[in-house]
Design a protein around this ligand. Structure first.
Ligand SMILES: C[S@@+](CC[C@H](N)C(=O)[O-])C[C@H]1O[C@@H](n2cnc3c(N)ncnc32)[C@H](O)[C@@H]1O
Length: 219
């Protein structure tokens, strides 16, 4: 996906991926990770997700990365937060309260930027990317997280031939192929959500599930 694709989405408010409430699967599965409250959580391809707000409300610090400055500015504006802004090689950092959101490329973050993170939350990030970029994403952003980091990965599964992504279908076999070298990956839930997604039904999709994986970075 070319960056321009996402900038167009944000500038025309075509952000059907954005939810007005935190993801119920986050609320259900995050506590079992048993992370210390002040753990810093990496949220790649973060958009202006309210999942970050839920994480902050539960004591976490959040490090997001997002291509769209419009998304990042909206996130802070919608919380009435006035972020401090600074530039580094990673991009433009917006910092306020528990949040540090970098306007930049998730693939280009180096290990130093991620060194203080001990958790990761990926919802609509891996599945936002076509196959070749998924490999790059796993080999860069995920690969650079510190040893023993823990987190959740949320995916979608549907017959890819029935609809063009994004979001893309990413089956369990691919999740393992991408992450097993660096991460222990355990599926914790798979749920049929076709009835909840009329847009997919309208596009002719005949089966749709979401899957949640608990991940632990190998030492
Ligand atoms: C499908 S949206 C999901 C946003 C968020 N995770 C959520 O749940 O609402 C994917 C986001 O990734 C951003 N994005 C795409 N490629 C990126 C990259 N290489 N680095 C950082 N952000 C990227 C897009 O601008 C878009 O906001």
């Amino acid at each position: 996906m070319h960056p321009e694709f996402w900038h167009e989405r944000w500038s025309h408010d075509l952000i059907g991926f954005h939810r007005d409430a935190p993801l119920p699967l986050l609320l259900k599965h995050w506590p079992a990770l048993d992370l210390a409250p002040d753990t810093r959580v990496f949220v790649p391809l973060c958009g202006k997700s309210l999942d970050m707000v839920w994480l902050a409300e539960h004591g976490h610090r959040v490090l997001g990365v997002e291509l769209s400055e419009m998304a990042v500015r909206q996130f802070f504006e919608e919380r009435d937060l006035l972020p401090a802004i600074r530039e580094t090689a990673a991009g433009r950092h917006f910092v306020a309260g528990a949040y540090e959101l970098i306007v930049g490329d998730a693939f280009a973050l180096d290990a130093d930027v991620l060194a203080d993170c001990a958790a990761v939350y990926d919802r609509a990030a891996l599945i936002a990317l076509p196959p070749e970029l998924r490999r790059t994403y796993a080999a860069t952003a995920w690969h650079r997280l510190p040893a023993a980091s823990r987190g959740l990965l949320v995916t979608l599964e549907y017959p890819q031939a029935e609809k063009a992504g994004p979001p893309f279908s990413v089956a369990a076999a691919e999740v393992h192929a991408l992450l097993d070298r660096d991460w222990r990956v355990d599926a914790v839930e798979r749920r049929d959500i076709l009835a909840d997604e009329p847009g997919f039904v309208a596009d002719g999709v005949t089966a749709l599930s979401t899957a949640v994986y608990r991940v632990v970075r190998r030492g």
